[in-house]
Design a protein around this ligand. Structure first.
Ligand SMILES: [Zn+2]
Length: 128
């Protein structure tokens, strides 16, 4: 299996302040691929427990990269999507960061909520 890559645009309809912002998405076949990518960005970071990550790049219209392994569940997808949303808003406002906001607990909560919602939707036959 090879790495899957694609591009996403949070503001597809052009309704935000800045136009053209996008994220590249990388989906590695293995967890090891994700951790190697993480280490390339953060040589001294804590990479051992990394499952997926969102890395802000601010390279013109490239806001950042969102990186997952294959087999990622809805909770982890939502967690990194929440990081991407925060990065997108900061990029749109031309700020280095969205200030005075502890982002990680919010991403954890959104991930858990989306995972539970997904389980409920399938369990009750809303999604098949
Ligand atoms: Zn996080």
């Amino acid at each position: 299996m090879k790495t899957v890559t694609f591009r996403i645009r949070p503001d597809k309809k052009g309704k935000w302040k800045r136009g053209g912002g996008y994220f590249d998405v990388w989906i590695f076949p293995t967890q090891k691929g994700v951790r190697n990518a993480y280490r390339n960005f953060n040589p001294r970071g804590q990479w051992r427990d990394v499952r997926a990550f969102c890395r802000r790049l601010n390279d013109g219209n490239l806001i950042g990269v969102i990186v997952y392994p294959r087999g990622t569940g809805a909770g982890v997808v939502a967690h990194e999507a929440t990081h991407a949303a925060v990065d997108f808003v900061a990029w749109d406002l031309r700020r280095r960061d969205v200030p005075s906001m502890d982002v990680e607990p919010i991403c954890q909560a959104v991930g858990n909520i989306v995972r539970e919602l997904t389980v409920g939707f399938y369990k009750h036959g809303v999604w098949k």
